[in-house]
Design a protein around this ligand. Structure first.
Ligand SMILES: *Cc1c(COP(=O)(O)O)cnc(C)c1O
Length: 375
């Protein structure tokens, strides 16, 4: 046994990334490029390793949330464009330039501050347009403010983008709102272009918009969760289902097995009582590793020797308990799969049971879990 796989760990399969890119490309027009979204350490799976794999697969456009995430990619010699979605306080813009990163411009006020700076060269940037999400971005119809951004002499504008807020819904009202956002974006671009202002490459869609609004792909699609072969949840609407393969598995080991009598309870708070004599195993993973405490007594499943076992009692910080009464020959040291890459045990299920979406589950997988990369 290796130390890395002695307690709990994440396995990441590079060949599935390659497969998922091929699948995505089936629905992309030849003019549209993938911008791989690797924020939050590639949703917890390791941005540096995944970016390098993507470089090897011919992907040279990336986006991350923060300056530090961008710097980390550069420091590991990732090649290509790296867009920062997040806000960078202006005193750190020299670092954006030092590491050859691309800053998102969140509104006119931010652009105006940059105009007053003494940067050595123009700041590479993409302009963010707010088409109705009301998070960040200059308003799609604030044309005098937009004009000032696009004529700002301190900006080297490489792109223009917006973000949809309900592209994953099949409700009529949501679809209409998405279409309205698309219209606003298109009209905004048209009007800016008409004034002979340069807008650079355009992008609007993330994973779900790419699946649900195929006729609007623009120059880039910004793909996060689908690269990892995972849907945000079972319930999100997708007009096209691709044959994606999950790239990650989360595994741990059985550390103790005991038999308890009918009526005894398991774990903190005595919240789970066995209805009959049962065989109970402890498993070396807990909420500090990102296995949500919300899964306590939710009948979550794990796989042991290719058979299901139910998670019982409260999730502890470093351990969980499972009922292994029906699993013959189970022994200490056996591998427990908590998130698998086969249909049998899916992260979408874990997300649903813990009332969230898969990107939250993945991005909160703990630092304590070694990430093990396989080809
Ligand atoms: C996170 C993010 C994405 C990627 O979203 P997925 O649903 O994972 O594809 C795209 N664009 C922006 C602005 C984001 O913040």
């Amino acid at each position: 046994m290796q130390l890395e796989t002695s307690r709990a760990w994440i396995e990441i399969e590079g060949k599935n990334i390659e497969h998922n890119i091929k699948e995505m490309k089936k629905i992309l027009s030849s003019k549209t490029k993938i911008m791989a979204v690797l924020k939050a350490d590639a949703y917890g799976l390791g941005a540096q390793e995944i970016a390098k794999k993507l470089n090897a697969l011919g992907i040279f456009d990336f986006a991350v949330a923060t300056l530090e995430e961008g710097i980390n990619l550069r420091k590991s010699n990732v090649i290509g464009n790296i867009l920062l979605f997040g806000y960078t306080p202006i005193e750190f813009l020299p670092l954006v330039q030092e590491y050859d990163l691309i800053q998102s411009i969140s509104d006119y006020e931010y652009a105006e501050k940059i105009e007053k700076l003494n940067l050595e060269k123009k700041l590479k940037c993409h302009i963010k347009i707010d088409t109705g999400m009301n998070r960040v971005g200059e308003k799609y119809n604030a044309f005098s403010r937009l004009k000032k951004i696009y004529t700002n002499q301190k900006l080297e504008i490489l792109g223009t983008f917006s973000h949809l807020c309900t592209a994953d819904s099949k409700e009529l009202e949501d679809k209409q709102f998405t279409e309205e956002q698309i219209n606003r974006f298109n009209t905004c671009i048209k009007i800016i272009k008409k004034q002979n202002l340069f807008i650079g490459n355009t992008h609007l869609q993330s994973s779900y918009g790419t699946l649900n609004y195929q006729n609007f792909q623009y120059d880039y699609v910004r793909i996060g969760v689908l690269l990892f072969g995972i849907y945000s949840s079972f319930d999100f609407y997708k007009s096209i289902s691709l044959n994606l393969k999950p790239i990650c598995q989360v595994k741990a080991r059985i550390t103790s097995i005991k038999t308890i009598e009918k009526g005894e309870t398991v774990g903190y708070g005595r919240t789970y009582k066995v209805k009959k004599k049962s065989k109970i195993a402890s498993v070396s993973i807990g909420y500090a590793d990102g296995y949500p405490r919300l899964l306590s007594n939710k009948k979550a499943k794990v796989l042991i020797l290719n058979q299901y076992a139910e998670v019982i009692g409260k999730i502890c910080m470093d351990q969980i308990m499972v009922d292994v009464s029906n699993i013959k020959n189970v022994k200490i040291g056996d591998i427990v799969t908590l998130i698998g890459n086969k249909p049998k045990i899916k992260v979408e299920e874990i997300a649903k049971l813990s009332d969230t979406i898969t990107p939250e589950i993945l991005s909160r997988l703990g630092k304590r879990l070694p990430r093990i990369y396989k080809e």
